[in-house]
Design a protein around this ligand. Sequence first.
Ligand code: ADP
Ligand code: MG
Length: 359
Amino acid sequence: MDSQEEHIKVSIRVRPFLSYNNYHPQIIRIDDEKTIHIDDSEHTITSHYDKIFSQNSSQKDVFDFVCPSVLQTLEGFNATIFAYGQTGSGKTHTIFGVGWENNELFTENSNQGIIPRAISKLFSIENEYISFNLNFLQIYNEHLYDLLSDPARAKSLRIREYKSEIFIDGLEETSISSANECMLLLSEGIKNRAVRQTRLNNQSSRSHSIFQLYVINKKGGFRRSKLSFCDLAGCERYDKEYEMNNGHINELKNINKSLSTLGMVIHALASGNKEHIPYRDSKLTRLLQDSLGGNTKTILIATISPQIEHVDTTINTLIFADRAKEIMVRVKRNEPAAMNSTEIIINLQQEIEKLKSLL
Ligand code: ADP
Ligand code: MG
């Protein structure tokens, strides 16, 4: 089977100044769509990426950049889109968009983030052989929760490995038959996340949210590909404390083990070391092993604040993005396979739903 080696695609998105940022010297300059400069009295940095989104870029501009990878899932490729950056820099805005509380994002509008746009796009393509399943989860403090289950009763789920495939015990994988159904589940998960966040005393910035869409093509077998969207925890704590007390790695790991392990995995992969990658050291990296060093087209969107008081974290975010740029992944189309028992069950459930709708 032909496979191709490619770099992880890395882009930077600069958040606009918000109305309450009343003092704003410009420290960021974008010369062309691939080059960014950071200039203040202490730093002069120039760096290149696959794409830079300025403060004036729209949600549509960002989606257009990721759209080819989204569409390739229909041909059997896996894809992952990550948002990484400090709290308040625009990760959630980029991945989900704003307005879910009022169900405003169900229909096309300029606030929609990448996920609702991807859903609309995928469902707009008519193909009788293709169906979709989804799940939506959150990792907080090394515990994994299903965002589509009742937050009052949500319990921590286990990661298991079977025949070198990672799966999550008890995570609901729901089959969906329309874009609207998908949006409903998405907004339900977002609402559950909000409920959980309130209970966690607003420590939302320390959790990771992962929305996964499985694209199933039944033509000539059963070809499954996975499209993942990750809204990562805010990186400021990790970076600042990493700088300050490099010796206290254990403390750091406890602050956000998944995020710090992600940093180490990226570091190891970027240095070309394919042997000792610490994927197993955290839930996030274990779950996304394939997105980082495996068979997945991966895009990182690093979001940064334009504010001068955030410049240190902004520079750390760019350093993380620079490392990610070095990572090569080998991607190939997933082959049609015979169905396993779970897939047979899902398939039958879908048939039942279809038949019910005809009654
Ligand atoms: P994060 O998820 O990284 O903590 P948010 O996505 O919640 O940050 O963004 C913080 C605030 O800034 C929100 O009010 C959001 O709507 C706003 N914001 C972020 N990025 C943009 C953008 N590109 N354009 C307009 N507003 C933005
Ligand atoms: Mg957020």
